[in-house]
Design a protein around this ligand. Structure first.
Ligand code: PLP
Length: 367
């Protein structure tokens, strides 16, 4: 075998890099999966029809490359948000969009900033570009620290709205103020937008520096299909298209995305159901005296308290393990000190939440 150590050949920006670790996708059945904020209901039945029509017969259509620019999907996304197809890029999940934006707008001299805590993929993407990453602390009472954002010197600011992992959301006045005051690209990550009822997409005609990113993973039950997008000025879309893979979305994803976007009635109904379940779950946590920021998302970021009145890392860790042993998976961030006293719990079906509540009841009696 040839003597060769590939490590010596690794690009500088990749040398110190650790891959982003997403929430666990357990193998085998029987899990109550409340750890990655997937939609608890199946996608619209129109999706099954659209996918079936793509693979009917001998799957002959798969022999051919898909539409490289996903033009029909871009048009549908544009229709959904009331903008033109020229203001839309479709991507392989919104993770790809984030990657494209970081690739296009950051390098060793142009850094990326975001509020802390927020989505922990951002610093990994920045590092890949050898770009600086500036985490900006929230202000008093989790307020938006405008002065720090405006003076941070970053080239791009990512605003997660609603925020993950806290679930908090802000309205149009806040997005306008940031887009107005920040001297650079403002990327609003609206992965959880379908649950807050607000999107900043309508502002892209007014702010040439604004990118609004979305995904079908959380609000449309299509995490397994990988469909995401950005809405932005035509100029920005053109820049993002320069760094995109030529065939970034496969045929099935394009067809599924279009079908799901058209079935607004189905999603209104099931999102309303998620919001009702969210309210009931928040009531349950309130009845236990557990605190959480009021959620505008499909998850609740709650700080558990044991029956002796203790909370903190040990208590959160203990409940996380207790639930996991009962095949209930929630999200815990043990290594992030700022948030490791809390658990991020996806709003599931009523049956899933009943299982969660029963297990929490057992934990409280045992602790
Ligand atoms: C889930 C999530 C994404 C990425 O979703 P995709 O599945 O890649 O579309 C982006 N941002 C935030 C804040 C998320 O929670």
């Amino acid at each position: 075998m040839k003597e060769f150590d590939p490590i010596e050949k690794v690009a500088g920006s990749v040398r110190g890099l650790s891959a982003y670790v997403p929430g666990e996708q357990p193998s085998g059945g029987g899990w109550v999966k409340l750890n990655t904020n997937e939609f608890p209901y199946p996608p619209s039945p129109r999706v099954a029809e659209a996918v079936a029509s793509q693979i009917s017969g001998d799957c002959g259509s798969l022999r051919l490359y898909p539409d490289p620019v996903s033009s029909a999907l871009r048009e549908e996304i544009g229709r959904y948000f009331g903008v033109g197809a020229e203001n839309v890029i479709a991507t392989n999940g919104s993770d790809e969009l984030l990657n494209l934006a970081v690739r296009a707008f950051s390098d060793s001299e142009k850094s990326v900033a975001a509020l802390d805590p927020s989505y922990s993929l951002y610093p990994v993407l920045a590092k890949m570009q050898a770009s600086g990453y500036l985490p900006i602390d929230f202000g008093e009472g989790m307020s938006v620290p405008y002065d720090q954002i405006f003076s941070c010197g970053a080239n791009m600011f990512i605003f997660t709205n609603p925020n993950a992992p806290t679930g908090m959301a802000w309205g149009e006045d806040v997005v306008r103020r940031i887009a107005e005051g920040f001297d650079g690209i403002v990327l609003v990550d609206e992965a959880y937008g379908p649950f807050s009822g607000y999107t900043a997409s309508g502002l892209v005609g007014e702010y040439e520096n604004l990118i609004v990113a979305g995904t079908m993973s959380k609000g449309w039950g299509l995490a397994g299909m990988r469909v995401g997008w950005a809405v932005a000025s035509e100029k920005i879309i053109g820049i993002l298209d320069r760094v995109r893979d030529s065939y970034n979305l496969d045929r099935l994803a394009q067809a599924a995305g279009i079908a799901a976007l058209r079935d607004t009635q189905y999603y209104e109904k099931f999102r309303a159901k998620v919001l009702r379940t969210r309210g009931e779950t928040e009531d349950f946590f309130r009845s236990l005296g557990w605190s959480f920021p009021e959620s505008s998302s499909n998850f609740i970021f709650v700080t558990p308290v044991d029956s002796r009145g203790n909370s903190g890392f040990e208590v959160a860790n203990d409940l996380f393990e207790f639930l996991k042993a009962r095949k209930i998976l929630v999200r815990f961030f043990p290594s992030i000190e700022k948030i490791n006293m809390s658990l991020r719990i996806t709003v599931g079906t009523d049956a899933q939440m009943a299982a969660l509540k029963a297990a929490i009841g057992q934990w409280l009696s045992a602790r």
